[in-house]
Design a protein around this ligand. Structure first.
Ligand code: F6P
Length: 549
């Protein structure tokens, strides 16, 4: 599918209407907006599955939301969404369909691309994964020496690492606590070293996860892992079959690496790397949590897919999340977006979202190749609360930058915390307090009324008016995790559609890869590299000196 030429975003009357509205909006304060409408929290709340989204602490009125909705219509967000669900090749620069939503459709559904219903093969791989996961969990899949598998090491990077790792951490309470699960991604040898140093090779299974099976980090680490295994098992080549499985779209490369394609779990080129952890890329996660929990997670994804596909824009949660990001990024010059989960189990959630969002929407060419003349994807960042409160929240509250934030909370603590579950109210009180402080701040008058000396008043005043979405989930379950991730996937989609960029390619990662490959011999052997700039040449020289070469 070639990208149809679209009216440039900045030439649309809907875009100009928003710019005018922004001028009129001026410095309207959330304090005023709440004072004007006692039902604001109720009216700007959306329930999707087990998630409640409170959009009331945003710098918007009904007019803003109407105008943003009109922009979505004018930019064809809904038709592009439908084209995605229908298996059209909306990834124009790679000429591919974008069908991660098919990974979580029920078996009875029909999702076709290029005339083929892909649902049967999705479910056939899920079944194969389920059987394998059960064998490993039940001790029926044995290592070369007959020992049961106690350690699973996922080797992958980017989408082949961040998703399974994030979900493993999030669903830790559902995982097999009598097994070790580790994730190796960095080409820094220290990553693999630390992951395997205390493991027994005879009890260790490596899941080599790579869509392309050509990614240098993954192949390097997998090769090293193979040597580690063989060294530990007396060099028996046949051990590889019992200790290595692969997840890939590339059977030829898997076979060339020496992994029997019988032990390969397939996915397809219509699944983007950063949209893939609900495919076979989630194999190590499935071993950790079991097929039933994995399937519950898929159902959670599907629930939000259906919501995104069918709900009207004004009550469509991913649409609203995406459009609010456009509002701040394009009309308030917000450069970044913080995602602040109030759950220890979400330690990797924002790191996962960084790839999802920034690799998708960090683009500056329109789908038809023309340059964009507007801001695109934000810098996404954040760490779990309450830790961030004692580090960088100062800037959120009193700094000069506008940073819209998502505060993600889980109402019920996980089972098994015992008396520690009592701390949950304090955790959640902090989340709610942050939203409150960011929105309403503390006025000079309020500070003075506390008897604060006049010279300190400016330092102790909080301007407020800093927008947040609060996402409140009922519990941290596999279904809720699926719902949350799908929410963000579709939010990213909406923004890419409005900005008219291809959210599904990642050409921007290529140059660095090529240059690193070209430079490596210079570091190792001092080989000359043509056309090297003076700075890099000098750095390479210093590096070699420090390495004693
Ligand atoms: O370099 C970027 C990237 O292509 C990501 O998009 C992808 O998730 C990651 O590398 C890993 O790729 P693969 O799964 O093919 O090893």
């Amino acid at each position: 599918m070639n990208a149809a030429r679209r009216t440039r975003l900045d030439q649309l009357p809907e875009w100009h209407a928003l710019a005018k509205h922004r001028e009129e909006f001026g410095g309207t304060h959330l304090r005023e907006l709440f004072a004007m409408d006692v039902r604001r929290a109720e009216r700007y709340g959306v329930q999707v599955g087990d998630l409640h989204l409170d959009f009331s602490k945003h710098l918007v009125t009904d007019d803003t939301l109407r105008l943003l909705g009109e922009l979505a219509v004018a930019t064809g967000v809904e038709s592009l969404r439908d084209a995605m669900f229908d298996g059209e090749r909306i990834n124009v620069t790679e000429d591919r369909a974008v069908l991660h939503t098919a990974l979580r459709t029920p078996v009875s559904a029909v999702v076709a691309t290029d005339g083929e219903n892909v649902v049967p093969k999705v479910h056939s791989v899920l079944t194969k994964m389920g059987l394998f996961a059960a064998k490993v969990r039940d001790g029926l899949w044995r290592g070369h020496t007959g020992k049961r598998i106690r350690n699973v090491v996922n080797i992958g990077i980017g989408g082949s690492d961040l998703g399974p790792k994030m979900a493993f951490e999030a669903l830790r309470p559902y995982t097999r606590r009598d097994m070790n699960f580790r994730f190796v991604s960095n080409v820094d040898g220290a990553d693999l070293h630390e992951a395997v140093r205390d493991l027994d090779p005879s009890e260790t299974l490596f899941v080599v996860a790579s869509k392309t099976f050509t990614t240098i980090e993954t192949i390097t680490n997998a090769t090293a892992a193979r040597s580690w295994l063989l060294a530990g098992l007396g060099g028996a080549e046949e051990a590889v079959a019992r200790h290595f499985v692969a997840v890939s779209t590339n059977a030829v490369k898997v076979s060339e690496f020496g992994i029997d394609t019988e032990n390969m779990f397939e996915f397809w080129d219509w699944v983007g790397g950063r949209y893939s952890y609900d495919s076979a890329i989630g194999l190590s996660l499935m071993v950790a949590v079991g097929a039933d929990h994995f399937n519950e997670m898929l159902a959670g994804f599907h629930l939000v897919d259906e919501h995104f596909r069918t709900a009207p824009i004004e009550s469509n949660a991913p649409m609203l999340m995406g459009l609010l990001g456009v509002w701040y990024g394009n009309f308030f010059d917000a450069q970044s977006h913080a995602v602040l989960p109030y759950s220890h189990y979400f330690s990797q959630f924002t790191a996962y979202l960084q790839q999802l969002d920034m690799e998708s929407n960090g683009k500056s060419a329109q789908r038809d190749g023309g340059p964009v003349n507007w801001q695109t994807g934000p810098v996404v960042w954040g760490t779990p609360g309450t830790n961030g409160q004692h580090a960088y929240y100062q800037l959120l509250h009193q700094g000069t930058k506008m940073i819209p934030a998502d505060l993600v909370g889980i109402a019920r603590p996980v089972d098994g915390l015992g008396e520690l579950a009592d701390q949950h109210d304090l955790l959640m009180a902090n989340l709610f307090a942050q939203g409150q402080a960011l929105a309403f701040g503390k006025t000079e008058e309020e500070v003075r009324a506390e008897g604060v000396p006049e010279e300190q008043v400016p330092h102790r005043t909080f301007p407020g008016n800093r927008p947040t979405t609060t996402i409140l989930a009922s519990e941290l379950s596999p279904a809720v995790l699926g719902q949350l991730v799908a929410l963000y996937e579709h939010k990213v989609f909406v923004q890419g559609a409005v900005w008219d960029i291809d959210s599904f390619d990642q050409w921007g990662v290529e140059l660095g890869k090529v240059l690193a490959k070209r430079l490596e011999p210079a570091l190792t052997d001092g080989a000359a590299v043509d056309g090297l700039d003076a700075s890099t040449r000098s750095l390479v020289g210093r590096y070699r000196e420090l390495r004693g070469r």
